[in-house]
Every structure is written in C-alpha cells, then in structure tokens.
Write a protein that binds this ligand. Structure first.
Ligand SMILES: Cc1cc2nc3c(=O)[nH]c(=O)nc-3n(C[C@H](O)[C@H](O)[C@H](O)COP(=O)(O)OP(=O)(O)OC[C@H]3O[C@@H](n4cnc5c(N)ncnc54)[C@H](O)[C@@H]3O)c2cc1C
Length: 653
C-alpha cells in the first residue's frame, strides 16, 4: 500500500474561500527534455531528420502538467517539485520550470540510468519519488505530460503509477474539482470515443493533454530566481536503485535497428495560378482516379484465412509460454475496431511462431463479443466478466488481465494503441515485469530466434525503429488502429472459456461519475476521405469551403493547428503531432504549409493531395498530387465538379 494512505488527512479549502497559506499539499511533476520540433527539418534528399543544432526544450505537455500543479498550489498552497531523468544538460529544462514557479527541482542523472526504455525509466523515476517522499512526506498529486515528442510512447506515467500503486487518470483534460479536505479529485478524461468524469482519491497520478490549460510564461523575477536556484542532482545511489534494473541493463526492450521509410516525395504538380477552373478539373480527375474511387473501398479488403503464412520457427512444446494473445477492447459493449484488425495480423504472427491465436475479452455481458472474436479467427477466447467491468477502469482491468496472463503465460500480447489500450498496456507490462513497444505500425517474427520484430515510427515518423524484447516474456506491443486490414469472418472453430475475477467496488479507487460517447461519424479518425484546411483559408467563413468539399466527397473535415488556434475548426479536427493521427484513403491539404508536426499526423494516408499558393510550400514535397493556386478560387469549382461526378456515380449528396 502507498505510504500516503496511512498519513494524516490534509485539510485545506474548507467552504468557498480556501486559505491561500502555504500548506503541505505536495505535487510532483515529471518532465522530459526533448529536441525542439519547431526547429526540425527533413533532409529533402535523404528524407531523414536533420538533428544537428536542434535546441532542446521542455516537452510541451509537461509544461501543461506543471501549470496544473502550479494552479493547485496557487489555490491551496503547498509545494511543487519538478523532476527529470536525463543528461546533465536537462538542468536547463528544470530551470525553466523553476522560473514558472515550482519550488524544487531534481535532476536524476547517471550513466547507469542512460539508455533506459520506458520500463527502466519508470523504475528509476519511481525510486526517485520514494526517495523524495522520505524528505518531503507523502506526495498527493503526481503529474505527467501525456507523451514525449521524441519517444511518443505515453507509457512512463502509467508505469510509474503502477509501481507506486497509485491510481492514474490518463488523457486528463480538466481537473474539475480538487477537494483537499475529502482528498478527492474529479477529473475529466478524453478516451477515443468518449468523455468521462472520474472521481479519484488522493494520492493520484494524472497524465494531461495539451488542452487542459495554457502554461504560464515565466516572470522576470521568476527567471532571475531560477538562475540562482540550487538544483538537487541525484544519481543511482541517491535513489538506492538496483543497477540491474536501470538504464540499458534494466530495459527489456532493445532497438535492433533504425531505418528510413520510403518518402512520398514531390508529387505531380499543376500550376493553377492562371486558371483555377482548369486546376479544379485537373484535381477532380486525380481524385476520381484514386484506388478509393476506382474500387477496393475499406471493408472490402480481405485478409486472414486466405494467406498462406508459413512458420519461421518450430514451437518448442516444452516452453512454458504459448500463444499469441489479442486483447479485444470493448467499452459498454462497443468494440474498438483495431481489435479485429489485430486478430487478422495476430493470426499471421501465430502462424509464423507455429502457435495458436487467442483472444481476451474483459467486460460485463460480453459473451457476444467473445463469440465474434472466434469468428475473426481466435481459437480460444478467454472471457472475464464482472458487473464492475462494464466500464473501462485501469486497475480492475489491469488486475484481470495480469492475473490471466501470469497463469496462462502467452508468448505475445497485442493491444490496440487506443487511449484505453495504451493505458491498460502500460500498467499490465509493468505488473508482468516485461517490455512494451508502443504504437507499432508493423509486426514480424525474426527467423531463427522466433522473436517478434516490433516496428514503430520514431521522432516525427521520419524514421522507423525495429524493437525487440529478447529476454522477457510475454513480448508486448500496442498497435496503431487502422494499419492492418480487418480480416474476413470465418466459421468459428474455437471455444469461449469463461473466467471469474475476484474484485469488489471497495478496492477500485476510481469511480466513473458519468460518461458520454462522442459521435464517431464525421470524425477524422474514422474517415476514408479527409479534407483539411490550414491558416491559408484566412477566416472561419472561408473555412466553410473545406466543409463543403468534404461533404461533397462524403468525407470529414480536418485542420492544422494554426487553423484550430485561429478558431476556424474544433480541436477534435486537428491533425498532427498534438492532434489526431489519421490514415485515410485520401487526404486533401488546403492552405496548409506542411510543417513536420502536421505531416506526422497524416503521412500514413494512402493518397495525399495539396492546394497551396506557394510553389515552395513543403507540403508539395510530401504529396502525390499538388495544385499551386489560390484555394479560395479553386475550391468552389472543385466542389461543383465533385458534386457533378458523384451524382453521375449515383453517390451525390
Ligand atoms: C509542439 C508542437 C506541436 C504541434 N502540433 C501540431 C499539430 O498537431 N498539427 C499541426 O497542424 N500543427 C502543429 N504544430 C504547428 C506547426 O508547427 C505549424 O505551425 C502548423 O502546422 C502550421 O499550420 P498551417 O500550415 O495551417 O499554417 P502556415 O504554416 O502559416 O501555412 C499556411 C499556408 O497556407 C498557404 N496559403 C495562404 N493563403 C492561401 C490561399 N489563398 N490558398 C492556398 N494556400 C494559401 C501558405 O502558402 C502557407 O503554406 C505544432 C507545433 C509545435 C511546436
């Protein structure tokens, strides 16, 4: 049990006017220094990241985490401690937080801690927090940014929280109520297709999204104070870390190699500056000659049974580990589509490993979903049902999953990289003591060793890393939705095994107060066609032209961050590093320059088209077809052209 559970309750904020006096509330903010992505350029020849001379900054959502902790301190008093693990240069990141107003900064730096994956990082950070608690007393609130710009795993927060036995609320967009008297917090969290209000007792951890607040700017006094402030520099001995559990030595995953994905390159460009109508017709021709319009729509793709995948190793019958598991994610009876996609891909991996494909379903009244998993090719489906599992909550789900995995001992666990999937995977991997490769876009098996090759984009998607978990079982990956086709259903051959889990409401710290589903239709992540607008649309009124083209094509509206910040579109429409990652069949970028932070969110699109006034706009180097010209003049005839052709196809709207 966490130390703070036995501590005296902290009483602040009685009634409507809480005392502002310094109190004992302790917040810890974990931050990371990352390369400044605004400065990042892609080498146009090699298509690689130009890393030289890139300044380092505090990971942006970590600033949101610090801001939230400081707001709590502003209201209730107390102390905010910032902590980072990194090279000695990370000191400058901590000074930035001191300038914002944090009270104490701890730099955890040691060669023995370097090269850590998320598992070893969460070990070191949790040891440092335990050490801090010896000095400062038990912590109350622990904050993380949602994910770091470089690694983009989002797993450190759940890993640290799991090790400290703290409940964690991931993807927090609001701390609606912080009741220090009752020691409870009501937070709003955004999962993929639902928004939920959750109540959690203190101490608790939160990972926050960018939209939670706007980080304050440091004052001149703050900057001066931070320059003089003394930092605590800790090493592995200060925190009493076991050197076999830190750094490279303590990391279950290794990066086997990095490679550069084939760049899309400069597309076919039409100069439409003189004749917008001709430009519109040219682009319409390109749109209607895409694979999407010529046939082969999503859902018609077939996979699964038809493919003759051969084993690359023979399964060792004496091995205690057997089977490829796919977690079939459901919430309130809604299945995340990525689960079915993973059953298709999981079958191939299982064949290569000469083993079985099994599925895990956790929920209440979920037998129908378990039976459907059999139709998608699972030979055994483990179904864990309990009324308390109707709605996803980290701890009971993680408990059910971990206990099952510890008993049945699969070789491989695949989980969809949805928000709840990542939340669950981070805790399960930590509890099982194994590695986790987040956000994979390709999977394979190494001949000979039979180890999984887990391939994921790193920094801005300009490189792909091949990651392995050589010495730990199970090998765990989360996999991005939409990268593998949904397989065809087959005649079910397997069985559903029902299992019980022993949980009571009393042992589940988080309570879901209410939730609502966000309508999926019209959302960028669900759409086959996205028309995205940028700052080049110049006003909210002009931005309506984007919606009109999207509607004519039966697609969704996307936006660049600048378009969102200018109030042209909702935050939910934002595509990019701090927005949504999309992989539609067709992506049309209009008045968008093509900054790397935008490109990383849409470069998995099958076909990319762009309209831009500037012939040198970077977007033209990452598209299949581009039109140079004024979008305000090209969009109206383009929409008319599209409407006419859709009508002729019998699809007009
Ligand atoms: C940490 C971080 C995270 C970020 N996350 C994201 C993210 O998730 N998503 C994102 O999009 N950005 C993100 N950004 C911002 C990103 O760096 C760019 O600033 C942003 O993408 C630019 O938006 P834009 O292309 O609409 O605007 P601009 O870069 O200003 O480009 C506007 C374009 O419109 C063109 N144009 C102007 N008038 C017309 C016209 N009449 N017709 C046609 N074209 C015209 C111009 O030639 C120009 O190319 C992030 C930045 C940081 C630092």
């Amino acid at each position: 049990m966490h130390q703070a559970d036995n501590a005296e309750p902290i009483i602040y904020g009685r009634g409507d006017s809480p005392p502002k006096a310094e109190g004992r509330l302790l917040s810890v903010v974990c931050i990371k220094q990352v390369p400044d992505t605004t400065e990042i350029k892609i080498d146009p020849e090699k298509g690689t990241l130009v890393r030289e001379g890139i300044p380092a900054v505090v990971n942006p959502t970590d600033l949101n985490a610090a801001e939230e902790a400081l707001r709590i301190k502003d209201r209730f008093g107390g102390k905010v401690v910032a902590m980072t693990m990194g090279p000695p240069q990370a000191e400058s990141a901590l000074r930035e937080l001191l300038a914002m107003g944090v009270d104490r900064a701890i730099l955890l730096t040691d060669r023995a801690l370097a090269g850590a994956d998320t598992y070893a990082t969460s070990y070191a950070v949790h040891m440092a927090i335990k050490r801090l608690e010896k000095e400062e007393g038990p912590l109350d609130l622990l904050f993380f940014g949602n994910k770091a710009l470089d690694g983009e795993t989002g797993q450190t927060g759940p890993g640290v929280a799991a090790r400290l036995n703290l409940p964690i609320i991931t993807y927090t967009v609001k701390l609606e109520e912080v009741n220090v008297r009752n020691r409870r917090v009501v937070a709003v969290r955004k999962a993929d297709d639902m928004v939920e209000r959750v109540e959690v007792p203190l101490p608790a951890a939160f990972s926050v999204l960018e939209e939670i607040n706007r980080p304050r700017r440091a004052s001149i006094e703050g900057i001066l104070r931070s320059m003089k402030a003394k930092l605590d520099v800790w090493n592995k001995d200060t925190i009493g870390a076991d050197p076999t559990k830190t750094g490279l030595a303590g990391s279950p995953t290794i990066v086997k190699r990095m490679f550069v994905p084939k760049p899309r390159g400069r597309g076919e460009i039409f100069d439409g500056r003189q004749d917008p109508v001709a430009a519109a017709r040219w682009l319409a021709d390109k749109i209607f000659s895409t694979k999407y319009f010529k046939g082969g729509r999503i859902g018609e793709v077939s996979g699964g049974e038809g493919e003759a995948v051969q084993p690359v190793v023979r399964h060792d019958p004496k091995s205690p580990h057997n089977g490829v598991w796919v977690y079939v994610e459901q919430n309130e009876g809604r299945v995340a589509e990525v689960s079915w996609e993973l059953l298709g891909e999981g079958k191939k991996i299982a064949r290569k490993l000469d083993t079985v494909l099994e599925a895990v379903v956790i929920g209440a009244d979920a037998e129908g979903i378990a039976r459907e998993a059999l139709e998608y090719g699972a030979t055994t489906v483990y179904l864990i049902e309990h009324p308390l599992l109707r709605h996803y909550r980290t701890l009971p789900y993680a408990k059910a999953f971990t206990e099952l995995a510890a008993t049945k001992r699969p070789q491989v666990i695949l989980i969809g990289a949805t928000r709840n999937g990542r939340d669950l995977a981070g805790v399960v991997a930590t509890k099982l003591g194994t590695g986790l490769t987040a956000d994979c876009t390709m999977l394979d098996v190494e001949p000979g060793t039979g180890l999984m090759l887990q391939i994921r984009p790193t920094f801005g998607g300009s490189q792909l890393a091949v990651i392995m978990t050589p010495k730990h079982m199970p090998q765990m990956s989360t996999v991005r939705p939409g990268v593998f086709p949904k397989p065809d259903k087959v005649l079910p051959k397997g069985e559903v095994i029902k299992l019980a889990v022993d949980i009571s409401e009393g042992e589940v710290p988080t309570k879901v107060l209410d939730f609502s589903f966000v309508e999926r239709s019209g959302q960028v992540q669900e759409a086959d066609i996205i028309v995205s607008g940028g700052l080049g649309m110049s006003s909210a009124k002009n931005f309506q032209l984007i919606g009109e083209l999207a509607k004519a094509l039966g697609g969704a509206v996307g936006a660049s961050r600048k378009a969102v910040e200018s109030g042209f579109a909702d935050k939910d429409a934002q595509v990019g590093q701090t927005g949504k990652t999309v992989r539609p069949k067709l992506y049309i970028a209009v008045g968008i320059s093509g900054a790397i932070q935008h490109l990383v969110g849409m470069q998995g699109s099958e076909t990319v088209m762009a309209i831009n006034l500037d012939p040198d706009a970077p977007i033209f180097n990452s598209c299949n077809y581009g039109v140079i010209g004024d979008a305000l003049k090209i969009l109206p005839p383009l929409t008319e052209e599209v409407k006419g052709r859709m009508k002729a196809r019998g699809e007009g709207r």
